[in-house]
Design a protein around this ligand. Structure first.
Ligand code: AMP
Length: 497
């Protein structure tokens, strides 16, 4: 059982590997050893103390991705405070909701937003606002630079909060998921073990760090295992390919993989030294998995998780990484479906969050009586326990009383010539309640709508066949590459009206 402040575990690793490179920027402009990480985290933690931040206080952070941001993340944990990252795309109006809800002691923002955030902070009763820029500049960086590089790590229990991560929910109010030190420690330990991450690894880090994937999955596993990182402020396929010969490990969203595949410079040779490619946060098309394997010889390892639970399942390191599936429940994690399959996946284990911040009612609703978290993802569990995700429960379409799982139709659409990507949604229909509509992008010449519908009718039951095939230049996606179906439903609400 891993107890206490997770930073204590990191601290031991940093001390044991003090002289080794922990993180270097892809452009070579900055390089930190593990010793530097520890000292930097201490300076930032002392700065936080000066700003009045103590154990249990929330620190809201909306800054561009940078290595300084990593020091801040570590410092908040070291100080026993609660890290609350915010997507850099959120406007001041959106940030207001999170700040009102989280009631942080401190807001850390981009230097360009200092004035705007100070006004917001005054309205919401927040004590301090400091800033941190994309190149490690800003008032917080200056304060940290003037601080002592020793700091006593705060005592925390495994059940104390380390993070407050707001769900990227596209419907209703975004909820703050309370993540404990114990949640993070158990999940990171399991993943290090399962994916065999060691100090010999170099991770290509190109994910945002305001989200569970880039923040917890990538950083915490690297810190626990003393793996080093090549740091990208944002995903850039060419820069990634250039850095690949010096790396062994990559964690990405499916879009990273499709973008790599469309780069001419991406060859088997470029990926030769890599040990493992991992994908998650959104479904990886089986077609992408196969194309990647054909080009590089690597079977991408797909895993499944969410903000509230960290990682839940993973394809195996040894054994078949089956395209279109998300693998097996992690050791110590149980996943079940009550009733018929496909059904809603429920999960229980040390990875599952403590509940929604200041929403006891909502928390109760999302757990079963025997304490399983109801994920809202619809899937199947095979006899050998392998899990396949079919979609979100709220994306389920009910047309004329029949259930339609969008993924089944998307899978068929994606095999048709000329179709790049597809998203199948239900929109109001006067006869059927909901009518099935497919929104597609073109990767080449597309057959006329009626012809596509006729082709689909050969393989799909009539009630599943989309009544309309609508073409968009691009599917709307969020920062993690998830297709925003709620946005598509809004856009096409009047299709049959
Ligand atoms: P988030 O809380 O932003 O990490 O989103 C979590 C959601 O992303 C899950 O509930 C799933 O719907 C989806 N997701 C994550 N990983 C996968 C995956 N490998 N395949 C399909 N959906 C996924």
């Amino acid at each position: 059982m891993s107890g206490g402040n997770l930073y204590r575990r990191f601290e031991q690793v940093f001390a044991a590997h003090a002289e080794r490179c922990a993180i270097r920027s892809a452009d070579g402009s900055l390089q930190l050893t593990f010793g530097d990480l520890g000292r930097g985290a201490s300076r930032y933690a002392n700065a936080l103390a000066t700003l009045g931040v103590g154990p249990g206080d929330r620190v809201s952070v909306q800054v561009e991705k940078s290595i300084a941001n990593v020091l801040l993340y570590l410092a908040v944990m070291k100080a026993g405070a609660v890290y609350q990252p915010l997507n850099t795309a959120y406007t001041a109006a959106e940030v207001t909701h999170f700040v009102e809800d989280a009631q942080p002691k401190l807001i850390v923002c981009d230097p360009a937003r200092q004035v705007e955030m100070r006004t917001l902070a005054d309205r919401c009763g927040v004590f301090a606002v400091v800033n941190l820029g994309a190149h490690g500049e800003g008032s917080l960086a200056a304060l940290a630079a003037s601080m002592d590089d020793r700091h006593e790590t705060a005592e925390r229990a495994a059940d104390d909060l380390a993070g407050l991560l707001y769900t990227s929910g596209t419907t209703g109010r975004s909820k703050g998921a309370m993540i404990t030190h114990g949640n993070l420690a158990s999940n990171a330990e399991t993943l290090v073990d399962l994916w065999r991450i060691t100090g010999a690894d170099t991770l290509l880090h190109a994910l945002p760090i305001f989200h569970v994937h880039g923040l917890y999955v990538a950083l915490n596993t690297a810190f626990l295992s003393a793996a080093s990182m090549v740091w990208f402020d944002r995903f850039d396929a060419q820069a990634m390919i250039a850095a690949m010969p010096q790396a062994t490990l990559m964690m990405g969203v499916p879009t990273f993989y499709t973008r790599l595949l469309s780069e001419k410079g991406f060859t088997r040779e470029a990926a030769r030294g890599m040990r493992l490619f991992i994908s998650g946060s959104a479904p990886l098309l089986a077609e992408t998995h196969r194309a990647f394997a054909a080009l590089t010889g690597h079977a991408i390892l797909e895993r499944y998780g969410m903000t509230e639970t960290g990682m839940i399942t993973s394809n195996p390191y040894d054994g078949a990484r089956v395209p279109g599936t998300v693998g097996f429940p992690l050791p110590g994690v149980s996943v079940r479906i009550q009733g018929n399959q496909p059904g809603v996946l429920e999960v229980k284990g040390p990875n599952v969050f403590k509940g929604y911040w200041r929403m006891p009612e909502k928390t109760r609703e999302e757990f079963t009586a025997d304490h399983y978290f109801i994920t809202g993802d619809v899937g199947t569990i095979a006899d050998d326990a392998r899990v396949t995700i079919v979609g979100r429960a709220r994306d389920l379409i009910i047309t004329g009383g029949f259930n339609v799982y969008p993924k089944e139709i998307e899978d068929v659409l994606d095999t048709l010539p000329g179709i790049g990507e597809s998203a199948v949604i239900g929109v109001p229909h006067p006869d059927f309640g909901e009518g099935v509509v497919a929104v597609v992008t073109a990767s080449g010449p597309l057959a006329p709508e009626a012809e596509i519908i006729a082709t689909l009718s050969q393989t799909l039951a009539k009630f599943k066949v989309p009544k309309r095939i609508l073409v968009e230049a691009e599917l709307p996606r969020n920062a993690m590459g998830k297709v925003q179906k709620a946005e598509l439903r809004r856009r096409y609400a009047a299709t049959f009206g």
